[in-house]
Structure formats: C-alpha cells, structure tokens
Design a protein around this ligand. Structure first.
Ligand SMILES: [Zn+2]
Length: 393
C-alpha cells in the first residue's frame, strides 16, 4: 500500500511537491528513481546507494525473471531483503522490453527518434513483427538473451512475477510502442495495452501499489484516450510510457495532453526519461517521479556531470555540464569532479586520481563516478524541491 499527498502546487508551473508513503519509508517528490536493472545500482552496494541521497529504486521484472528468477528472491524475503535495500522499490512490468528487444533493437532506435532513423527504410510495415519477439493478443513470446530459450509472458504472469519480487510499486504489462510506429499500429497496440491493464488489475492479489501505464505514441487523440482510460480504472498511480515523437522539443506538450486527464491526488511516474536538461521541463509539467539510466550509464563510460561549463584551462573539454575523465587533460587536474558538489567523492578525490584510475582500467573509477553522478542528480532535484517550496519554480 502507498499513500500519496500533494503538499504544494506551484503557481508558476504545473510542478508539485509531494510525499509518497510506503511501508519502506517516505519519498519526497519530485524525485529521480535510479535504475537498478539487476537489483543493483551497477558498481555500488546498497549502503553506498543510500549515501547518494537516492530515495527509491526501480528494478527490472524481465531481467530478474530470467536471472536469478523470482522464486529465489521470494525465498530471500523479497527484493528489499535480497538486495539489502530498506527503502522503497519499484519494478517495471517488462513491457518496455517488448519495445527495446523488439522494434527498438531491430531498428536501433530509442524512445526519441534519431535523425538517421527518419527515412522510409525505418518504417514498421503492416503486420510486421520484431525479430526477437512475437506480440499476440494474449502476451509476448520472448527469446531469452541468455540462452535463446523461448518464453511467453502474459499480463497475468507479469503481475505474478512482480508480486513474488515484492516491490512497493509495480506496473501493468503493456506494449511500449516505438517512435517508428504509425497511427494504425499505435491505435491497435493501445487497445491491447488497455485490455491487458484490466487483466493486470484483476490478477493482482497483493497489497502492492499498481500503476497503470499510459501509451498512445506521439498521437494526441490516442495519448488523451489512454490517459482517460487509465484514469477511469482503480490504479494507485500512473506511469507515463512510450515514446516522445521525433524530438524532445515536443515532450512538454505531449506530457500536457496526458497530465490534464489525470486525477491530482494520484502519483505520476514518467518512464525512462530524466537527463539533466529534461528534468526541469518534466517537473514543470507535474511529473512526480521518473527513472533514467543517465547518471549510472554515463559514469561507466567515464563521464561526470558537473555544474554549468566553467571558465578554466580545461573549458574546451567541458561540454554542457559534463566532463569525460578519459580525456588526458584531466590526468593533471587536481580539482574535484565538481567544486560545487558536496558528495564524498568530490570532498576526497581529484579529477587527476579518478582519471588515472579510469585510464588504468580500475573498476573503482566507475564506482566513484557513479556515486558522484547519482548524488549530483539527486542534489539537483532536491534543490528544485526547495524552489517549489519557496514558490520559485
Ligand atoms: Zn560529487
């Protein structure tokens, strides 16, 4: 069970300050939900994850079902115990994998369409199915990326698995459509997602909070229809899924189509969006929580997020608030990753040291970068919460 309360609504935007209460503690919203796909924030222990000001994590149902399997997680006492994380948790439904292992993989595209994919060649043809999976009326046939074994996942299965995993918040099983899907495909898929939503609600026996995912691609009428439909069902909150069209400039508009249909008193989670430059926008549209791999993913590629480009001898290597420690210039830089960051990495280590570890292939470099990036994001959002509180956002 969860309880959600909107504490303050901004007068300047649709931003809102909220408090999400779960049996594993409180979450102050708006907030980032770092992605712990395999029940871990890659490179960090759960104790370290806690120190990054992370309040709630999201794990992946599909991946955990394949490995280690929900039975062992259940025997361990559920995901919280299994991973030694005593704070709130979410699991997604596996619906995103229908996209990422399907058309997303076949066409090499993400939730936002890249320039190169805007040609005719990249169009989903009528009746076309992705290569690695098959979507039917009842569910999705996946081929495991681990051993090639075929498995069939239905909305009911997804809920059953998520119940065994035992997160505080779970999601309904849906089809996340690709930015390449045309109107006809998206409309048909939406019908299925809506039918599956009812099955998910009916299948759930636990007292976990179930969020309904809104789809509808980039089409205003479909997104609105989906938001209305989900809002009419007894979900505990909502997930805003799917793609955001051809570029991010339309994201705010698309969020508005959905938000105006949703009841104020239930929490709204934006799935898979949350780069630093998106965060301000999405919070201003009334998003309460959002998950994004950016802080952890970039860290493992040597990138640290920092405050706005600085004036220094290394300014050429600093682009829009990011530095890459793989650049040799940082081997001689005795500054912290970010002078304005109060995380314990920035208090104790220099760019030169972390860059040295990175060049030497030492895993600790990735741990230090992951720690800093997560803290940086969480701190950035904490400051936004402060501004909403003061009526300045
Ligand atoms: Zn830091």
């Amino acid at each position: 069970m969860i309880e959600f309360k909107v504490i303050k609504k901004s007068k300047r935007s649709n931003a809102r300050l909220g408090l999400l209460k779960t049996s594993y503690g409180l979450v102050e919203t708006p907030c980032l939900v770092p992605v712990a796909t395999q029940a871990v924030l890659k490179t960090l222990s759960s104790e370290e994850a806690k120190e990054t000001k992370s309040q709630i994590l999201i794990c992946n149902t599909y991946h955990l079902h394949l490995r280690p399997g929900e039975e062992i997680v259940k025997k361990a006492g559920g995901l919280h115990k299994f991973m030694n994380w005593e704070k709130p948790l979410m699991t997604d439904s596996g619906g995103f994998q229908v996209f990422s292992l399907g058309f997303g993989r076949d066409f090499g595209t993400g939730k936002i369409l890249k320039e190169k994919s805007k040609s005719k060649f990249y169009e989903i043809k009528k009746g076309q199915q992705p290569k690695l999976l098959k979507i039917t009326e009842d569910g999705v046939y996946f081929r495991s990326y681990l051993d090639g074994k075929e498995m069939f996942l239905t909305p009911k299965d997804s809920i059953k698995i998520q119940e065994k995993l035992g997160a505080d918040i779970i999601f309904n099983f849906d089809e996340c459509t690709s930015p390449l899907s045309n109107y006809e495909y998206t409309k048909k898929s939406l019908g299925k997602t809506h039918r599956w939503a009812k099955i998910c609600l009916k299948s759930k026996k636990s007292n976990q909070a179930l969020f309904g995912i809104i789809q509808g691609g980039k089409f205003k009428d479909l997104k609105t229809e989906s938001a209305k439909f989900m809002a009419s069902l007894p979900f505990d909150g909502f997930g805003i899924g799917g793609e955001f069209g051809d570029d991010k400039s339309k994201m705010s508009q698309m969020l508005r189509w959905v938000m105006q249909e949703l009841p104020d008193e239930k929490p709204r989670h934006l799935l898979g969006i949350g780069h630093i430059d998106d965060i301000t926008k999405i919070i201003k549209e009334g998003v309460d929580t959002f998950d994004c791999i950016a802080p952890t993913h970039y860290a493992r590629r040597g990138t640290a997020f920092i405050h706005a480009p600085e004036r220094s001898s290394v300014r050429d290597f600093v682009s829009s608030g990011k530095i890459n420690l793989g650049q040799r210039v940082f081997l001689k830089d005795l500054n912290p990753l970010d002078k304005n960051c109060s995380c314990r990495v920035c208090q104790n280590y220099t760019r030169a040291y972390i860059s040295h570890l990175f060049h030497a292939g030492e895993l600790t470099a990735l741990k230090l970068l992951t720690f800093h990036n997560l803290y940086f994001f969480n701190d950035f959002i904490e400051k936004i919460r402060g501004k909403i509180k003061q009526g300045k956002f």
